[in-house]
Design a protein around this ligand. Structure first.
Ligand SMILES: C[S@@+](CC[C@H](N)C(=O)[O-])C[C@H]1O[C@@H](n2cnc3c(N)ncnc32)[C@H](O)[C@@H]1O
Length: 266
């Protein structure tokens, strides 16, 4: 077996800084539930493909009635999350959250009012049948009056072989699109970091199929979701994303975009 790479830095902390914003994510989920159901009766969140469970940890901070659980196959990020995110909560908050080593395809996974699968992790399922099996499992395990929230990215830049670089205070983050096959829509992405002048390559690897919004909508409808709505990100003055997502009927053809696809079970 290949030995895990020993890095002179905390790769999960760098990932968190570069790509995660769990505080605003959980507010979006709560507000979307309120908007769609015109009801504040949401309490439970399941975070699929949770890795360290940063989102599950934030959810229980929002309201003292809220409970959450995160599911991931890999014990390493789960252990990281327990040590770095869950342990920072109060004892009372900790009693309302659980990180569980489980396959999201397993039967009998915990039920919830909202199931969120973000940072595009479902793209690991490359075959339609497998993605449908996952969606069916979510439908069966989301409560009635419940939501399934997925994020998705797209735009013409997805088909380019490019490396995007973002500078942070203590490091540089690289999102490297190494290949894209228009016949299968399969793409290989790598995350690299530059820390203290040295570049660490391939710290995270994603071998994905890039799904499209109509494909996700069709699959959600096929497994039983009554309605599927899309939340599109607004733009800032420079033409980039502003982090504010609104329900839309029509998208916009841009170089790159991010959206949420939300399945409604009622
Ligand atoms: C992109 S990372 C997670 C990102 C995280 N959701 C976030 O918000 O940044 C994908 C995670 O999915 C997990 N994973 C892959 N296949 C899975 C499966 N079938 N069931 C549960 N977890 C899975 C991996 O172990 C990995 O931790």
């Amino acid at each position: 077996m290949k030995k895990p790479q020993v890095l002179p830095f905390d790769k999960y902390a760098l990932y968190h800084e570069a790509v995660q914003s769990p505080e605003t994510d959980v507010e979006f989920y709560r507000d979307t539930y309120h908007e769609i159901f015109k009801s504040k009766k949401v309490t439970t969140l399941r975070e699929d493909f949770c890795a360290g469970g940063a989102i599950s940890a934030e959810w229980v901070k929002l309201n003292k009635k809220y409970r959450s659980c995160g599911l991931d196959l890999d014990p390493e990020p789960l252990e990281y999350g327990r040590k770095h995110y869950i342990s920072k909560l109060t004892a009372e908050q900790q009693s309302r959250v659980a990180l569980i080593q489980k396959n999201v395809l397993d039967k009998g996974i915990p039920k919830a009012d909202i199931v969120a699968a973000v940072n595009f992790s479902y793209c690991i399922f490359k075959k339609r049948e497998l993605l449908k099996q996952y969606f069916q499992n979510v439908y069966d395990s989301v409560n009635s009056k419940g939501l399934f929230i997925l994020d998705i990215f797209g735009g013409s830049q997805c088909a380019d072989i490019i490396e995007d670089r973002t500078k942070f205070k203590n490091m540089t983050y690289y999102w490297d699109q190494q290949s894209f096959d228009p016949i299968t829509n399969e793409a290989l992405f790598q995350i690299h970091f530059r820390v203290k002048g040295k570049k660490y390559e391939n710290v995270f690897t994603y071998d994905w199929r890039l799904w499209t919004i109509p494909e996700l909508k069709d699959l959600m409808a096929e497994v039983g979701f009554k309605k599927v709505v899309v939340y599109w990100e607004g733009t800032n003055r420079k033409g980039g994303g502003n982090g504010i997502f609104k329900q839309v009927e029509k998208g916009e053809a841009c170089l790159s975009w991010i959206a949420y696809v939300v399945g409604v079970k009622s």
